[in-house]
Each structure stands twice: as structure tokens, then as C-alpha cells.
Design a protein around this ligand. Structure first.
Ligand code: ZN
Length: 63
């Protein structure tokens, strides 16, 4: 089962709220997602608890 969690955070470039989809089956992941507003690449680092499927922490930064 791969249920993605939604997390909203401000884009580090344009500061508009952007929704990210995080896979909670991985305990730590880093990926690049283009901002839906300004199209610049956002580096997303997410920490999850795969056992409970909870999102623990999300950091967004300029890649
Ligand atoms: Zn942006």
C-alpha cells in the first residue's frame, strides 16, 4: 500500500504555499520537486515513521 501524505510548505524561492506528496514508507528521503508556482527546483527532505505511517519532519530548501 502506498498512500502519499500531503504536506504544505512555503516555496523557498517565491514563498507561495506548495503542496508536497510524501511517501511515508521510507524513513528518510530527499528529492527535488519543481515549484508549481515559480517552477524552480525545491529540495525536499522528509522524515517519516514507516511503522505508523506518520510524517515526522519536512524541510524544504533551495537545491
Ligand atoms: Zn516557487
Amino acid at each position: 500500500m502506498s498512500l502519499l501524505l500531503e504536506h504544505q510548505a512555503p516555496c523557498p524561492f517565491c514563498h507561495e504555499p506548495v503542496t508536497f506528496f510524501i511517501d511515508p514508507s521510507q524513513d528518510e528521503q530527499t528529492y527535488i520537486e519543481d515549484c508549481t508556482v515559480c517552477c524552480r527546483p525545491i529540495e525536499v527532505t522528509a522524515q517519516c515513521d514507516p511503522d505508523s505511517g506518520e510524517l515526522l519532519n519536512v524541510d524544504v530548501g533551495r537545491s
